[in-house]
Design a protein around this ligand. Structure first.
Ligand SMILES: Nc1ncnc2c1ncn2[C@@H]1O[C@H](COP(=O)(O)OP(=O)(O)O)[C@@H](O)[C@H]1O
Ligand SMILES: [Mg+2]
Length: 287
């Protein structure tokens, strides 16, 4: 089976009038498989939002190529198809929301696709339900009057209403409290499980994607420097710190235990960490 989305040696430079162009992303190759969740971490200015927009077809690479399934994006028609298949959640929900009510906001995309009447209504209700939005309660409200977490869920429902096969999330957890984050993670996991949507989660905080991602990549200075598993990421802690990224507490703890000579079977598994900690206690008690 083909990957859903493939980038081959993609670079993008913003045009800067009168100045030499500097590449915001350089020579990036990556692929996303069906129903895979890929986390891309990177510090501020590393090129995350630029990469997100290239994946979603809003920016066209200065060099290199984007492939959707087995098709290279070449013509304008291909680009429109890419935009339809890859949904992008912008870094700031305010950049995405625009209509005077939540319901109109979510229905904008499917209405543009030509859906009307019961089909449109069903699509909008389903999209709202997959992000736990009650249209009875919130449908008539202005999206701008909602809490940060609600705004992001409404923006996501609007993206999902177009039934994308790949979802690109640019900093989806920024300025959300712990409960809203957990809630959002559960909903995203469910979306992947139920619809097989591939998700690219772009973040400067690795902890937000920790329990959810299948694979991790790191962006630094516009280049993709690794693509690896959670366990491999944990062993790269010193490099991550150098790049302005932090491991979640689990990972830091796993590394400390290993330095103390305590074996952690799977450093990415919190249960394995708990067992390793219990083994210290048992050794101290002489059991
Ligand atoms: N619209 C733009 N015009 C010119 N340069 C930009 C623009 N947007 C981003 N950049 C530059 O591209 C680089 C990467 O930015 P960005 O993709 O926003 O990174 P991140 O999302 O990781 O913070 C930065 O050097 C930034 O200044
Ligand atoms: Mg950004």
């Amino acid at each position: 089976m083909h990957p859903r989305l493939t980038l081959e040696n993609v670079s993008y430079s913003y045009p800067l009038p009168g100045r030499k162009e500097a590449a915001a992303i350089s020579d990036i190759s990556l692929r996303v498989e069906p129903a895979e969740i890929l986390c891309i971490g990177g510090a501020n200015g590393s090129g995350k939002s630029t990469l997100a927009q290239v994946c979603a077809g809003l920016l066209v690479p200065s060099s290199g190529s984007v492939h959707y399934r087995d098709k290279k994006v070449e013509s304008h028609k291909d680009l429109l198809e890419l935009r339809r298949k890859v949904g992008l959640l912008f870094q700031s929900p305010e950049d995405q929301l625009f209509a005077d009510t939540v319901e109109r906001d979510i229905s904008f995309g499917p209405r543009n696709l030509g859906l009307r009447g019961a089909d449109l209504e069903a699509r909008v209700w389903q999209a709202a339900a997959s992000f736990d939005i009650s249209l009875e309660e919130l449908g008539g409200r202005s999206p701008f009057s909602l809490s940060g977490g609600e705004k992001r869920r409404v923006a996501l429902a609007g993206v999902i209403a177009l039934e994308p096969e790949v979802l690109v999330l640019d900093e989806p957890f920024i300025s959300m409290d712990f409960d809203s984050r957990q809630h959002m993670q559960t909903l995203l996991g469910r979306l992947r499980d139920d619809s097989g949507t591939s998700i690219i989660m772009i973040t400067h905080e690795l902890s937000g994607a920790w329990s959810l991602a299948d694979r991790y990549a790191v962006l630094a200075g516009g280049r993709l420097i690794y693509q690896q598993s959670r366990a491999e990421l944990i062993s790269s802690e010193p490099d991550l710190i150098e790049l302005g990224l932090r491991l979640p507490q689990w990972g830091v703890l796993a590394n400390r235990l290993e330095k103390m000579g305590i074996v952690v079977e799977d450093p990415a598994d919190p249960q394995a960490l708990a067992r390793a900690i219990c083994s210290i206690r048992e050794a101290a008690d002489g059991r």
